[in-house]
Write a protein that binds this ligand. Structure first.
Ligand code: NAP
Ligand code: GDD
Length: 325
């Protein structure tokens, strides 16, 4: 069988790096879109850099996206690039709309014009459920986004469906609930906690500053979730799927579990709650129903919540020890 080619936008991000590993293991020719930065930010892909081909491009620049599709001639496109941090979407709402909403249309246009037969994956999000209309949330749950990011993702979701219906393109949206890993950005709450706990454990810090400890999320492991992305594009028909563990925990539970991983039972001495870190509108409670994915894709998560927290704390301790040498 001829080698398949995949183009991954957002390859330098958490999911992009895990997905690239998965595609390489499946013998794909992997192309990654990277935007220009003044210093290289290939930390998450440096171990596979010689096995993948990087193409310069930006979600803001139509011509560069069209050229990337021409250069990679992909069988599959995974559109993971976005302004993905919810908190920033209030301070940069227009930019978030440009990247996370219109960026999807630009990618779809590039594909429509150059290779409309390629399969397209859009990184949709459980943030689209926002103020949830039912529990747990499935593919049928109506959206009520609570941030400029969530609103932009709803646009990206519907434009992907619209290109499927308008042009008969193979577009799928994965509605992924929160997924984390040692490669998670430091600004997201799970990594902020695991990194903070590791620092406290190594006596490099005395406390962590956090916002709303009551919010609940359905947290899974990113390595498990990229497998679901790939499975969605292997189906005969394009469709949308919720990917989740079906279990949720509060930020406080994550904190407690992380401190327990280093033998600290009274975490309250090490956490300061700051009002400034609360969001203008919060998503209080997310929990996903991934029955459809489990049935059709035969997908299920492998890493448990407790294993995930331990994995992240352990990795941050090792990272800090390595950096201090
Ligand atoms: P991430 O770590 O923040 O990675 C985002 C990627 O997008 C980075 O590679 C970034 O490049 C790239 N990017 C941002 N703006 C760009 C632009 N203008 N042009 C080209 N590339 C650009 O995010 P992630 O956690 O891997 O998430 C991947 C996707 O899934 C995102 O679309 C996110 O919104 C969505 N999602 C994530 C989760 C989750 O829990 N992780 C859940 C649901 C949906 P730089 O490295 O140059 O910044
Ligand atoms: N980041 C952050 N920092 N969040 C905090 C903090 C803090 O200091 N303190 C409390 N939180 C709370 C937030 O208010 C939110 O309720 C929750 O922790 C999770 O925040 P994040 O880790 O920033 O993730 P998110 O749920 O807003 O968004 C992530 O998941 C979405 C899927 O539901 C991102 O990965 C999005 O890109 C993704 O779409």
């Amino acid at each position: 069988m001829a080698q398949k080619s995949a183009l991954v936008t957002g390859i330098t991000g958490q999911d992009g790096s895990y997905l690239a590993e998965l595609l390489l293991a499946k013998n794909y020719k992997v192309y990654g879109l990277t935007r220009r930065t003044s210093t290289p930010n290939y930390e998450r892909i440096k171990h596979i850099e010689d096995k993948i081909e990087l193409i310069p491009g930006d979600l803001l620049d139509q011509q560069s996206l069209t050229a990337a599709v021409e250069m990679s001639n992909p069988d599959e496109v995974y559109n993971l690039a976005a302004q993905s941090f919810v908190a920033t979407s209030w301070s940069q709402p227009v930019l978030t709309g440009e990247f996370t909403a219109l960026g999807v249309t630009r990618m779809l246009e590039a594909l429509r014009q150059v290779k409309s037969k390629a399969k397209f994956y859009q990184a949709s999000s459980s943030e689209m459920f926002g103020m949830v209309k039912e529990t747990p949330q499935s593919e049928k749950t109506p959206f009520h986004p609570r941030s400029p990011y969530g609103v932009a993702k709803v646009y990206g979701h519907w434009i992907s469906i619209n290109y499927r219906e308008s042009y008969n393109m193979f577009t799928v949206s994965g509605i992924l609930f929160n997924h984390e890993s040692p490669r998670r950005g430091l600004e997201f709450v799970t990594r902020k906690i695991s990194h903070g706990v590791a620092k406290i454990h190594l006596r490099e810090a005395n406390f962590i500053e956090l916002g709303n400890l009551e919010a609940k999320r359905d947290w899974g492991f990113a390595g498990d979730y990229v497998e679901a992305m790939w499975l969605m594009l292997q189906q005969d028909k394009p469709d949308d799927y919720v990917i989740a563990t079906g279990e949720n925990h509060s930020v406080e539970e994550f904190v407690r579990e992380a401190f327990e991983a280093v033998g600290i039972s009274d975490w309250t001495k090490y956490v300061k709650v700051k009002k400034e870190l609360f969001r203008p509108a919060e998503v209080d409670f997310l929990i996903g129903d991934s029955t459809k994915a489990r049935k059709v894709l035969e997908w299920k998560p492998k890493v448990t919540f407790q294993e995930l927290v331990k994995m992240m704390v352990k990795s941050d301790i090792e990272l800090l020890q390595k950096n201090s040498k």
